[in-house]
Design a protein around this ligand. Structure first.
Ligand SMILES: C[S@@+](CC[C@H](N)C(=O)[O-])C[C@H]1O[C@@H](n2cnc3c(N)ncnc32)[C@H](O)[C@@H]1O
Length: 320
């Protein structure tokens, strides 16, 4: 994650830009990992940074803090933010909590817990806002892979075209695929369907993050998926435009890439065909950190469709 330059550098710039809110103040880094954000805060002049980290990477964080001669300023606290005891309340909370599609395996609930327990009234949260976007896309690679079954007869003399429908069901399933969406495959301006204000959102509200969308296609194409991505915004102390960490396909790639939701059948659109609907993101019943996405959508004159998506359990796949 540190090698994700867009991610790490945006946090660095945001922390340095907010140095007026950080200088001489007490900071809590929720899920500090190697301590990189804690050290940025110390470099921005924090009086004290509590680097709270649940996992054993906390041991490396201690070493890194030492190596940078910041033992007096950055204190690594091993434990979950829900269980650790800090000696004081904090002026600033910083955290890199975002997961795939923003909320998959995200630790936002832990940040909210920390906010409610440890942030002083009027304190600052970095980042302070998250937004979710959706756009219809055409994934030509998926279509090419499916079309392959029509080419087998020419290649090997066996007609396997009956595999097409079966393969389509397998590929266009209800898994959320994390993939890089290329700009050419995006078929309309993305639509924002949800905004999360970190100062006010509650854990209860995160149980159903939803909103409506309306897109209009750029031109003739076949919609075979939606792409979902997010941005997070850092407050700006002065009149400078706020700093945005974006995972849009129109921006430089990050390790979050984009979440791709494949539809059953491709639907042809022409210029200005409306693509409308509603998205609801909610935690799965099996694990509160696993996200499900429900999309109701209408493309042009087609009848309303509904599809539920979830992220497959990759850990189970790798164990097999
Ligand atoms: C995405 S990493 C970010 C690490 C680091 N802040 C960075 O920007 O490179 C999130 C970290 O949060 C830790 N974490 C997750 N839940 C936590 C919790 N409830 N309390 C403390 N740490 C937690 C994980 O172990 C992981 O190291």
């Amino acid at each position: 994650m540190i090698s994700d330059h867009v991610r790490t550098n945006t946090y660095r710039m945001a922390i340095l830009r907010n140095s007026e809110s950080i200088r001489g103040k007490v900071v809590l880094d929720v899920g500090a990992g190697t301590g990189v954000l804690s050290i940025f805060c110390a470099q921005a002049g924090a009086h004290k940074v509590y680097a709270v980290e649940a996992c054993s990477i906390a041991e490396q964080a201690v070493e890194i803090v030492k190596q940078n001669n910041l033992e007096g300023k950055v204190e690594v606290v091993r434990g979950t933010v829900e269980t650790v005891d800090l000696p004081e309340k904090v002026d600033v909370i910083v955290s890199e909590w975002m997961g795939y599609a923003l909320l998959h395996e995200s630790m936002l609930n832990s940040v909210l817990y920390a906010r409610d327990k440890w942030l002083k009234p009027g304190g600052v949260i970095l980042p302070s806002k998250a937004e979710l976007y959706i756009a219809p896309i055409c994934d030509p690679v998926a279509e090419d892979r499916l079309h392959f079954w029509y080419t087998v007869k020419d290649k090997y003399g066996i007609d396997m075209s009956c595999m097409y429908d079966f393969a389509r069901k397998c590929v266009m399933n209800s898994d959320i695929t994390v993939n890089t969406v290329t700009v050419e495959d995006v078929l309309s301006h993305p639509a924002r369907f949800a905004e999360i204000d970190l100062y006010s959102v509650t854990a209860e509200e995160l149980r159903s993050v939803k909103g409506q969308f309306r897109c209009e296609s750029f031109g003739s194409a076949a919609v075979n998926a939606f792409c979902v991505y997010f941005t997070v915004t850092f407050p700006s102390p002065d009149k400078a435009p706020p700093l945005v960490l974006s995972t849009s396909p129109f921006k430089p790639e990050t390790h979050w890439k984009q979440a791709v939701l494949y539809l059953g059948d491709a639907v042809e659109v022409v210029q200005d065909t409306p693509v409308t609907g509603e998205v609801c993101m909610y935690p799965s019943e099996e694990s509160t950190r696993h996200i499900c996405i429900h999309v109701d959508y209408t493309i042009g004159q087609e009848k309303r469709q509904s599809k539920n998506f979830s992220i497959p359990d990759w850990s189970a796949e790798t164990q097999q």
